[in-house]
Write a protein that binds this ligand. Structure first.
Ligand code: NAD
Length: 506
């Protein structure tokens, strides 16, 4: 269904207010299901970004000084508002990202997990205390907030990733600046209103919309203490290197090229069902989407490809406004072209096309950015379609002879976000989980994305820096540990000058 809507002019959210952009530069926000421009997003200058940082810096001390319990209370109210406004949030996410309604609801549920963890921040920032470490001195270590911290988000999870990056940062007492993806800024602006309603003081939550001008200011401005980035690998590497050069704490999450290994003993119908959801859900625009299925042995491969072919050709691609849609469009025309080109290059490189998503009617007839589900067999390492992350529904079959060959192949790839194995053989699963060099590993699980209270991170080109997203490590990333040694002299305390290195022999 294609509709014509009025084009909204969006704002930033600074100091607790929606603030108009001053740059006179705007990006187009699309409804990917219709191909129409639905909003114009202001792209901030370095100066506007710097002013937003200044506002956040001024707001920080009061928030830092509030008790951890009171801060957690604000986060709890924010959580309640998210659930109360779930329908409207779903609508906004679907409209600007093209996700199906079920997928958007699933994303909101996962976003809530991060908020839940942040409500427990008082527990996670508890310190350590030692009595009488020497000479009546007591010593404690405590976690203090960093100050102004920034999160830079991708388009593919308009709410889950921004909240995974920021909820804990707010809860432990920082002032947070979100540079949302310029492709999906409406969700970020909507949740800004919810933070305000929850009672978060003005200036503690900022949304600065923009592109690399805004990002570069966040990277270079000395008032910004930490950067959390999620996006593509080349930009993640740039953010990590530049932010580190400017003395910031940085974690930067990049792309994925995730594999599903299928052992000959696996139930192939179950595998096919798991693969289809994990590979094509959200039009394959997930960093944890399965890109490549690796059947072990020719017989496994032949049987599996036959089952997959039938199931994939029956998938329904369409708009979120239609209830039986399995997945929607990719985010932009540019993205659609990139996926179609990747398929064409694969064909030139000699792959076998099992399911050709280019032939779906909607791909040819709609102005929305649709690509049908595509499965390419006999894909080989070294081919572009195997090596590069393709952020759209073109998926691969790579045939191998043994589990060892599958492990070697996966371990040689630059990207190492997620991986999964399907088998009933415990020894094979154990060998796989031990030897595989990938950050998040599944056994008979389609997408091994950890729940909000476990740490999330890939290895190698999928993550630069040391921090994790989700999980208790978030509290560590957004705080600095200070160790205080204190003595309260009494009348009998002897005052001396000691020139030997302090030791605990007294
Ligand atoms: P992207 O790298 O194009 O953009 C991410 C963010 O960086 C956006 O806010 C964008 O404005 C900004 N940006 C883009 N180019 C920049 C530049 N040259 N300088 C400074 N800032 C720049 O990524 P995307 O297309 O929005 O998102 C998809 C990518 O994100 C995929 O590669 C996907 O795998 C990855 N991703 C990774 C994870 C993870 O947890 N590892 C999660 C979600 C998405």
């Amino acid at each position: 269904m294609e509709t014509t809507q009025a084009v909204k002019v969006l704002t930033h959210f600074i100091g607790g207010e929606m603030v108009e952009g001053k740059s006179n530069r705007f990006g187009d926000v699309y409804n990917p299901s219709t191909g129409e421009v639905i909003a114009k997003v202001p792209l901030a200058t370095a100066e506007e970004t710097s002013q937003a940082i200044e506002t956040a810096q001024k707001a920080f001390p009061k928030w830092r000084d509030l008790s951890v319990g009171k801060r957690a209370d604000v986060v709890m109210k924010f959580r309640n508002l998210l659930t109360e406004n779930q329908e409207q949030l779903t609508q906004i996410i679907c409209e600007e990202s093209g996700k199906t309604i079920d997928d958007a609801k699933g994303e909101i549920t996962r976003a809530l997990e991060s908020v839940d963890l942040a409500i427990g921040a008082p527990h996670l920032v508890k310190g350590e205390y030692s009595v009488n470490v020497g000479g009546q001195i007591n010593s404690y270590s405590a976690k203090y907030p960093l100050g102004v911290v920034a999160a830079i988000s991708p388009f593919n999870f308009p709410i889950m990733v921004p909240l995974a990056q920021t909820s804990m940062a707010v809860a432990v007492g920082n002032a947070v600046i979100l540079k949302a993806s310029e492709k999906v800024p409406m969700t970020a602006l909507f949740i800004s209103e919810l933070w305000k309603k929850a009672g978060l003081p003005d200036g503690i939550w900022t949304v600065i919309n923009g592109d690399k001008d805004a990002v570069n200011e966040l990277l270079e401005n000395p008032k910004v203490q930490a950067i959390s980035f999620v996006g593509s690998t080349p930009v993640a590497q740039y953010i990590y290197e530049t932010g580190s050069k400017y003395g910031k704490r940085v974690n930067a999450f990049g792309g994925g090229k995730n594999n599903m290994v299928v052992m000959p003993d696996a139930d192939l119908t179950q595998v096919a069902d798991a693969f289809i959801g994990a590979a094509y859900g959200a039009a394959s625009q997930r960093c944890m989407a399965i890109s490549t299925i690796i059947p072990v042995g020719e017989e496994t491969a032949d049987k599996l490809v036959a089952i997959l072919k039938e199931k994939i050709n029956a998938l329904k691609v369409g708009s979120y406004t239609e209830t039986d849609t399995d997945f929607g469009p990719v985010i932009s025309q540019q993205s659609k072209d990139a996926v179609l080109n990747a398929i064409a290059r694969g064909v030139d490189e000699g792959v076998e096309v099992v399911c050709d998503g280019r032939e779906f009617d909607i791909v040819k007839q709609s102005k929305g950015f649709f690509v049908g589900p595509t499965l390419l067999d006999k894909v080989k390492p070294g081919m572009d379609i195997y090596e590069q992350e393709v952020f759209g529904p073109a998926r691969n079959v790579v045939r191998v002879r043994s589990l060892e060959e599958a492990i070697d192949l996966i371990n040689q790839h630059e990207l190492a976000n997620g991986v999964t194995i399907y088998t009933n053989d415990g020894a094979a699963a154990r060998k796989f989980t031990t030897e595989i060099d990938v950050g998040m590993v599944g056994v008979n699980v389609p997408i091994p994305i950890p729940v909000g209270y476990h740490n999330f991170a890939g290895f190698k080109g999928s993550r630069f820096g040391e921090g994790h997203m989700f999980g208790p490590d978030q509290a560590r990333f957004y705080t600095k540990t200070k160790t205080v040694s204190e003595r309260w002299p009494t009348a009998t305390t002897v005052s001396t000058s000691t020139f030997a290195f302090p030791s605990n022999n007294e």
